[in-house]
Design a protein around this ligand. Structure first.
Ligand code: DGL
Length: 275
């Protein structure tokens, strides 16, 4: 029987819309429910226990909507909370770290992989471990990983400064050590970074492959679904823990097409969770 229940997707706010966009591209017949925890964003600067608590609450909300799968469309939440969510979820949980790591390992030619992300994600070491694990599985030898937290990129993306002089200067400063290290593959391990990919790509220079973890994650979602899954009239719902109007205004550029409308307000902090 066709399973037309929606896919639940959550993020700390709007960044996860770059992942949602890729999911829509990969599986256009699927209904989706997106939850942006805008009132508690950013997650990238919060502690591990806080991000785990928020993520469990967001998961409870999506499960209450009878979703068939949960996508953690946030690198920080994936890095801190995936194991905990997987243990407690009633449905499959997809995170963004492993798909990004896999893509990076397949893309590199000189074995030098750069990872850029929020401070939180970098501090967990989860990406580095995922790349090392995947490289081993693929039989790649002499992999070298270079990590760099680029916290200002999140604000620049939200400000809409995707291709400005300030963004270029910031990128030059952040990416300098990765360029000097000679990485040929750079994982954009934060939901916001793909919006800055033009500048990031130009600063890194030709010959450096940028890995968009959203794209890789959407492929994992597709592979997990039955080919019969979905419907001819998919529904796309949005919830935010902040003001719906504000969410829709800021979300528009992140989504490209398919602008959100009818966004509803919901606070997931009403859910009791124990860690
Ligand atoms: N969504 C977050 C991530 O991918 C970036 C924004 C935040 O810090 O909340 O890590």
């Amino acid at each position: 029987m066709t399973d037309n229940r929606p896919i639940g997707v959550f993020d700390s706010g709007i960044g996860g819309l770059t992942v949602l966009r890729e999911i829509w591209n990969a599986v256009p017949g699927e209904s989706t429910i997106y939850f942006g925890d805008n009132s508690r964003a950013p997650y990238g600067t919060k502690s591990r226990s806080t991000v785990i608590r928020y993520s469990l609450q967001n998961m409870k909300f999506l499960e209450s909507k009878d979703v068939k799968m949960i996508v953690i469309a946030c690198n920080t939440a994936s890095a801190y909370a995936y194991e905990e969510l997987k243990k407690r979820a009633n449905v499959p949980v997809v995170e963004v770290v492993t798909p990004g790591a896999d893509k990076a390992c397949r893309a590199t030619r000189n074995g030098k992989i750069g990872i850029i992300a929020t401070k939180g994600t970098i501090s967990t070491g989860v990406y580095k471990e995922a790349v090392e694990r995947r490289a081993k599985e693929l039989g790649l030898k002499d992999i070298e990983i270079f990590e760099k937290a680029c916290p200002l990129f999140v604000s620049l993306a939200e400000e809409g400064w995707w291709d400005t002089e300030v963004t270029r200067l910031t990128a030059e400063e952040y990416l300098k050590p990765l360029k000097e290290a000679g990485v040929d593959t750079l994982v954009m391990a934060c939901t916001h970074y793909p919006l800055l990919s033009k500048v990031i790509g130009e600063v890194m220079g030709e010959g450096v492959t940028l890995v968009n973890t959203g794209e890789a994650t959407a492929q994992v979602v597709k592979d997990l679904l039955d080919s019969e899954s979905g419907s001819s009239r998919p529904v796309r719902e949005f919830y935010t823990s902040d003001e719906p109007d504000l969410f829709e205004k800021v979300a528009a550029p992140f989504l490209g097409e398919g602008l959100p409308s009818g966004t509803k307000h919901f606070n997931t902090d009403r859910y009791e969770v124990t860690i």
